[in-house]
Design a binder for this molecule. Structure first.
Ligand SMILES: Nc1nc2c(ncn2[C@@H]2O[C@H](COP(=O)(O)OP(=O)(O)OP(=O)(O)O)[C@@H](O)[C@H]2O)c(=O)[nH]1
Length: 621
């Protein structure tokens, strides 16, 4: 088996891996929905626990199973999940009501910068209703399809969902996808029509859509403005009335599902757990069903949304647990934890995510390999939808081939590595393994995607099966399919073995030096268009430098495309007339810092984000 990297390849007859892909076009079907009870007249919010008293009195045994509600907020991207979560946190006194509460559960720097949720976040709310103390465990989930694995895992800890729909946009692709996730998991669905304050809001139209598409009676929809707080109390009321308490047994031995985890440098793995049976206390000895290793529980508590130690957690509750797991491989998402010498049947866990986009990842410098390895391991603990395989390149050394759920997911993962672990990486086009026989004359015609069959699943859904060359789908096939079908088509694939294909290795040269990150194997017929597009995109991404830069795409010694970046001199001292040496030093230092973000290829300096831009170009060809 060969991986085609490095120099010296011309046209080769190669055995390329193929995949059978199935695109599933889906339209929603009917369901039966729960009914709405009458609203109590007075509805008190509970601010009792927002003080220091909260920490002292936090005794989770005060919440019997019937007073617990576990729910997720799900929706299409930007329909207002996190804003609704803010209002629920305020109404229950979990956070003080201030104008600054904007998406408070979006804690990651990348979430703040991009204004989107990428990570599900749990918060336990304490709510007093008609003299009863309720424990409401809320999980705010991402809306973008690239982070849908977060949603499916979150639902395993819930009995209901708030399905938020924008009163202007109505039902969108992820509304449908999330509804079906909840429906298949047999969760109660509370439709919440948000943004009724918008000028173009048409809640009645959206109500009708919900009834028609999901078969939920329109009078079950709650119309709110999460931004202004209008009618949000009715949502709290519906959570208590329409979502059932969890079906669990506190007298049985402990059975806790690890549905998420993070790595803390000092405390090790922090596992988010949902207790299906029993009780867990600080000091208990627990066993992981996955590794069979035994640990002592150092801390248990609830996320409020920050960690609040409680000493105990009871079946039906959702919280966190720290048990001295120092190695990330010890904490598998989907693992079941039980008490030492009290083995239980493990819970089903989670189906692993199927990667749709692949990329090669290498340390900037091989001496950074171990640090980057550890950073990737810790981050994939928190983002278990990323697949990691070791890979190597003649030019870039040891690295990994990573699989992501989409291009945005790839960018966010890369950004989190930099922001949370200070790791600098080179992201390259993915390589797939080839079986190759070097040959200059005996060439066999490549086979392109071939349709295998078409099955009508029902009136609204059709499944198409194709045989694809794997390298045609590893970058952005899934993203293109989603955008062409407005998100309604889904995609799955299986390995279909190796097939012969006419492939060439294409080099990208900067002033005659090969850019190893961009060496790629492409189909002979597509080489020219891909090479041209890469050269054009590189030209747009490269800053002009003191000399002319020739950007070339080459197959062997044959140049198939060329662009030129004209010479330019950026003299940062140009405006510094006279002899202000401190100002000159400051400018030179700033220029040097900027250069750290550049990679040097021969004498040409390439900004690191140029590689991602080129990767996107390649995918669109
Ligand atoms: N006018 C109006 N804007 C709202 C309302 N609720 C949310 N928004 C705005 O809609 C945008 C998206 O809100 P978010 O709460 O971040 O949406 P989200 O569904 O959590 O987004 P993702 O998690 O990234 O999918 C923000 O600019 C909010 O201020 C509302 O009731 N009215």
């Amino acid at each position: 088996m060969w991986t085609l990297v490095g120099r010296g390849w011309g046209c080769a007859r190669a055995l390329a891996p193929r995949a059978t892909g199935a695109a599933l076009l889906v339209a929603p079907g009917p369901r039966s929905a729960p009914t709405l009870g009458a609203a109590p007249e007075s509805w008190a919010t509970d601010r009792l626990y927002s003080s220091a008293e909260f920490k002292e009195k936090l005794d989770m045994s005060r919440f019997p199973v019937e007073n617990i509600r576990n729910f997720s907020i799900v929706a299409h991207v930007d329909h207002g999940k996190s804003t609704l979560a803010d209002r629920l946190l305020e109404l229950t006194g979990t956070i003080d009501k201030t104008k600054n509460n904007k998406q408070v559960l979006d804690k990651l720097q990348v979430e703040r910068e991009r204004g989107i949720t990428v990570k599900a976040q749990t918060a336990s709310l304490f709510y007093n209703c008609e003299g009863k103390q309720y424990l409401l465990n809320l999980i705010d989930t991402p809306g973008h399809v690239d982070f849908s694995y977060e949603v499916s895992r979150s639902l395993s800890a819930c009995q209901g969902v708030l399905l938020v729909v924008d009163a202007n946009e109505g039902i969108q692709a992820q509304t449908v996808a999330n509804f079906f996730l909840a429906f298949e998991a047999q969760l109660s669905v509370i439709p919440v029509i948000n943004k009724i304050d918008l000028k173009n809001a048409d809640p009645e139209r959206v109500e009708n859509q919900i009834e028609k598409v999901f078969d939920i009676p329109s009078d079950e929809c709650i119309k709110i403005s999460a931004k202004l707080g209008t009618n949000v109390e009715s949502v709290l009321q519906a959570i208590i009335e329409r979502i059932p308490p969890p079906k669990v047994h506190r007298k049985n031995p402990l059975r806790a599902l690890v549905f998420d985890s993070t790595f803390d440098q000092y405390r090790g793995v922090i596992a988010n757990v949902a207790l299906f049976d029993g009780v867990v206390s600080k000091g208990d000895k627990i066993v992981s069903a996955h590794t069979q290793k035994t640990y002592e529980v150092n801390e248990v508590g609830v996320l409020n949304p920050n960690e609040q130690p409680t000493h105990k957690l009871y079946a039906g509750q959702v919280g966190y647990l720290i048990a001295g797991m120092k190695d990330v491989t010890e904490a598998q998402i989907g693992d079941t934890l039980c008490l030492h010498k009290q083995p239980v049947e493990p819970l089903p866990g989670f189906k692993s995510a199927k990667p749709m986009v692949f990329a090669g990842m290498y340390p900037l410098d091989q001496s950074e390999y171990n640090n980057l390895k550890s950073a990737i391991e810790k981050l994939t603990l928190n983002d278990s939808s990323v697949t990691v395989h070791r890979d190597s390149s003649l030019a870039l050394g040891a690295g990994w081939r990573l699989g992501f759920l989409g291009l945005l997911h790839m960018e966010v993962f890369n950004q989190r590595l930099e922001q949370e672990y200070n790791a600098s990486v080179i992201l390259t086009t993915p390589t797939v393994p080839y079986k190759a026989v070097l040959s200059s004359s005996k060439l066999i015609k490549a086979r392109r995607a071939v349709q295998k069959n078409m099955i009508f699943i029902d009136q609204n859904r059709v499944m198409l099966k194709y045989l694809f060359p794997l390298n045609e789908i590893v970058v952005d096939f899934y993203d293109s399919l989603k955008s062409l079908s407005s998100g309604y088509a889904s995609f799955d694939y299986e390995d279909a073995g190796y097939q012969t294909a006419e492939l060439v290795k294409m080099d990208i040269l900067l002033n005659g030096n090969t850019v190893e990150e961009l060496v790629t194997v492409v189909h002979k017929d597509k080489a020219h268009s891909i090479g041209k597009a890469i050269c054009e995109r590189l030209k747009d991404s490269l800053p002009r430098q003191l000399f002319e830069i020739a950007i070339q795409a080459a197959i062997g010694s044959k140049i198939i495309a060329r662009e030129t970046v004209k010479a330019y001199r950026k003299n940062v001292l140009a405006k510094c007339y006279g002899g202000d040496i401190t100002r000159k030093m400051k400018l030179l230092k700033r220029q040097a810092e900027g250069k750290k973000k550049l990679r040097k290829i021969g004498n040409v300096e390439v900004p690191k984000d140029a590689f991602i831009k080129v990767l996107k170009t390649q995918s669109s060809k």
